[in-house]
Design a protein around this ligand. Sequence first.
Ligand code: GLN
Length: 568
Amino acid sequence: MHQKQTQEILKELAKKSTDHEYYTPLPNGYAPGKTKYIIITGSVMSGLGKGIFASSLGRVFEDHGLRCSPIKFDGYLNIDAGTLNPYRHGEVFVLDDGLECDMDLGTYERFLDKNLSKENYLTGGKIFSRILSREREGSYLGRDVQFIPHVTGEIKRFLRELAMKSKADVVLMEVGGTVGDIENEYFLEAMRQLAYEEGKANCCFVNLTYVLEPEFLGEQKSKAAQLGIRRLMELGIQPDVIACRCHNPVTEKVREKISIYSNVPIDNVISIHDVESIYLIPGLIREQRLHERIIDSLRLKVKLKPEPNDWSDYVNKILHPKTKLTIGITGKYTGLRDSYASIIKAMEHAGAHNFAKIEFKWIETTEIEDGRKKVEDELKDVDGIIVPGGFGKRGSEGKIQCIKYARENNLPYFGLCFGFQMAIIEFARNVCKLKNANSTELEPNTRYPVIDILPEQKKIEGLGGNMRLGGKVVEIREGSIAHALYGKKALVRERFRHRYECNPEYIEPLEKNGLVFSGKHPEYRIMQILELPTHPFFVGVQFHPEFTSRPLRPNPLYMGFVKACLKK
Ligand code: GLN
């Protein structure tokens, strides 16, 4: 009854918001209760793998036929992740609609095997920029614009719009950062209000916390977790489920303590301990029947189903590889694996489907450049090499040396975006004999600008001369290696993030000397895939095939690369 009343009141208030203290804009046609909300917060510390946990939960729900729409909130004031330094924040992931976002959205896409869009990502900056433009449009006329109710109201609107647009059964809301951070406090307040308005049966709060197990004690300690959860309760949020990240399975004693402290029944305090592979986490959730508890609390009508065979098969392949490959990756962010998360994942997918475990050797190309290391020493023990996406001059000459080595020594080579461009430079210099050919990104006055920023083409695409972003169609040349790998498809869709491209003036000399452009823009002379027909595998792509690779549907080019490395 209470819930119905709240909803009636809500509808009334939405109509005459400006006369009241309330500000609860409901999207047109919004029906409360149609979509359920699961709100996932983190306590004690960040870096617990909240995204992986939330994605795994989503996977289990999807396997039960529930349509899930994930959304991540990041507290920082950037509008999107486009300008974030991957060294500080991990890789910038690109969605099909061109949104540059947090790498967690990549995890969601991979686990849920679906494309997400800009509605699935929210930052503090995006919320405030919307509010400020609404304020200028006069939408809040007569009112002082406040954190409560306006900021919280806009956040709720964003979530409800997602619920409507995605037609999801469940919106899976991941709140970035840790409870207690100043950046997400107003956001949690919005979640508290959302739960009140939508009603108990429509919202479920899951807190991922951390149980310490210091080596010097050899025992698990729950105090930090208790205090972290308390902090959430101080904000007026009663968690329904506590998931404990920890090294070993959480003991009964610790679960009891957490339960007493937090008003959460002990059965709803579960253990998300370290496992061999992240693909085992959906299984861990199932084992402890976490999904069942959430399904019950949200009064969802679902028939329980076992884990699908294709997922279990995949987990098996990951856990029991038959062989091993060592792949060299060059780059300036080699200090931080998060910077290359999608590449690592895409290699893992293609590796698993070929029964191979992939190990990476990180190659710091500045050391090759300045002579501290020799390219042949660095590459003699790798089965293949990747030159990934990148920006700027640092290490680029070393990368070109690596590519030359791979081309001349029949070592499988896979160039991604910047790696495509560097391969063109290498080929232009060493095969076409265009001395010191370069990209104008690295050498603005180069005599042979084989890679250049091409403003006319940017205009054609209407992208304002900045980055060319998001999913685009690539036309594949019949009979090429790419054509065979893509299953003879004439058109494929891949995701881009670049400013520079192969200068059309050089297409002819490059092709005359044996380079094949096997993928291009369907209308314009923008080259998007290159290959060397005489080499075991020498392929470069202007896009990022790693963004479309999924555990059960690995990207075909990655599959081709791994197969070639295995043959070597
Ligand atoms: N710096 C290159 C460009 O802007 C490559 C970008 C990338 O690798 N993502 O075109």
